[in-house]
Write a protein that binds this ligand. Structure first.
Ligand code: PRT
Length: 107
C-alpha cells in the first residue's frame, strides 16, 4: 500500500508542476486548464473502471484504476480542491460505519 501512496505523492507533485503549462505539450496541463474537461474525463475513466471490474478482469481493472487515480488528481488540481481537504473528510469519518452514518441521515 505504501508503494501506491509513494507513487501518488510523486504523481500529485507532477500534476501540480503542470499548472500554467502548455496544453499542447502536456496532457495534464490541458486538463488543468479546463475543469469541465477534467471532470468529463474522470467520469469516463470511472465508467471504464466499472466495466473492467465486471467484465474484463484484474489486469484491466488495475490499468483503469491507474487512469482513474491520475484523472482524479488532475480534477482536484483543476478545481483547486486540496488533497488535505479530502484527507480531512476521510479523517472525520474514521471509526464511523457507513451503515451508522446513513441511519443518522434517516436512510
Ligand atoms: N499517469 C498519467 C496518465 N494516465 C493516463 N494518461 C493519459 O490520459 C489520457 C486518457 O485518455 P483516454 O483513455 O480517454 O484516451 P484517449 O482517447 O487517447 O484520450 P482523449 O483523446 O479522449 O483525450 C491518455 O492520453 C493517457 O495518455 C496520463 N497522462 C499522464 N500521466 C502522468 O502525468 C505525467 C505528466 O504528463 P504530461 O502532463 O502529459 O506531460 C506523466 O509523466 C505521467 O506520470
Amino acid at each position: 500500500m505504501s508503494r501506491l501512496f509513494e507513487v501518488l505523492e510523486r504523481l500529485a507533485a507532477t500534476v501540480e508542476s503542470r499548472k500554467g503549462g502548455d496544453p499542447c505539450a502536456s496532457y495534464t496541463a490541458k486538463l488543468l486548464s479546463d475543469p469541465a474537461l477534467a471532470a468529463k474525463k474522470l467520469g469516463e475513466e470511472a465508467v471504464e473502471t466499472v466495466i473492467a471490474a465486471v467484465a474484463q478482469g484484474p489486469e484491466a481493472l488495475a490499468s483503469e484504476s491507474a487512469d482513474l487515480l491520475y484523472h482524479w488528481l488532475a480534477l482536484m488540481a483543476a478545481t483547486g480542491v486540496s488533497l488535505d481537504a479530502v484527507a480531512e473528510k476521510l479523517e472525520a469519518r474514521e471509526g464511523t460505519s457507513g451503515h451508522a452514518e446513513k441511519a443518522s441521515r434517516g436512510g
